[in-house]
Design a protein around this ligand. Sequence first.
Ligand SMILES: Cc1ncc(COP(=O)(O)O)c(C=O)c1O
Length: 464
Amino acid sequence: MFIINNNENVPLFKQLYMRIREQALSGKLPEHAKLPSVRELAAELSISRNTVEAAYQELHAEGYIYSRQRRGYFVSALDLHAEPPTPAFKPRPQSPPVPPALHHTYDFHPARLDPGSFPLALWRTCLVECLREGLSELSVYGDPRGDRGLRSNIQQYLERSRGVVCDPDQIVICAGLQHSLDIVAHLLKEQHCSVAVEDPGYHLARAVFRNNLFNIVPAAVGSDGLDLETVRASGSTIAYVTPSHQLPMGCVMPIANRRKLIEWAGSGNRLIIEDDYDSELRYHGKPIPSLQGLWPYGNIIYLGTFSKILSPALRLSYMVLPQSVLARLNEQYHDYFSSVSLLEQKTMAKFIEQGHWMRHIRRMRILYNKKHDVLIESIKHEFGSKATILGQGAGLHVVLQLLVQNHGEAEIIRRAARNGIGLFPFSTTCVKNKPTLTNLLLGFGGMSALEIEQGVHLLAKLCF
Ligand SMILES: Cc1ncc(COP(=O)(O)O)c(C=O)c1O
């Protein structure tokens, strides 16, 4: 019996075709079994003969059934156990699906921001103003380097707050560090093949260089930041550094080392990539001026981002290119369009213009300073002499170095996850220079003061 349904959207002949095909393929209709005649089946199912005829013809055309003159239709021998033919191109094994982000009650990820900190009302006002004023601009592609107004605002901000010396024309608006570094790597790979990167250091910067086929030389990091001897010995012609707040160790490169690094770059066709990702967040003393400001017309590419103060989800960042690299960009990218939404750029420009950006930085510095202090106090209280804190006083994370026998990073992370604590592995930042002691990366931006206290209390119990 073939069950077909008048109320389905699928035509009746197609339904009948599918039912017969299913039964033939499953073996329920054995090979060479005779199908009912067109007239019989039409009567049985109360459908027209034409409908049955159409279904049989399609099955016949596809080889599921065969006909014998004056005897009717029969099920073909379908060899149901035959292997499916090997495709000419084997499908690539599916990469495992990206696991959904786990929700942890205590999330120590170093890149989390305070969930309530985004200046929603102000941003919305700026956005609506931009929409009202700039409708004509929304119908064109605009400058490949990004909105001129935003570039001017960034230039003024960088000059005032970071000591960066540049012209707005040297600034390119990008969609995050990976985007800017990807462009930089592309521009540099004709003349350079090897880059010295901090080890431990930012794993995503390494990924971009690796994907652009650079030879990556891990350069050790000491208490003064990047080890210059390793850089010199490496033969690399590019150094990627986070001199104002080394990721992850949190140290600041002292002025003497900054000068030496500049000297190294100046004595050959060499280049420094300065990643100044979170320098707004320094809780004691003055902000550390940029490296770029010490050598404004030299070979320094300066990278900055709005991800740490405003939102990582906006994907808004910028880079300042020295003239030599800018010339290459103009040559190779002149017919590219900006990859960053103009509306987002214009909104950011207005946000800066109206003074919200500087006020927001001040608010965020106070907010995160409080969380930072709670974290430090909680660690001291819960860990005592069993651990020491590295890189405190800035940014959104510290490194907790365990000084006594403990379960080791991997086991601590597993135990933490079972107890609702999310820890980003410090080891992800290391290449060659694996620490002998267990280091835990503790971000505090995304948690409330109470969650930080409770999280540290729990963590201390499961490390040893
Ligand atoms: C060292 C470093 N640079 C840059 C960034 C910012 O990257 P993006 O602008 O892609 O958000 C981060 C973010 O965590 C970082 O750790």
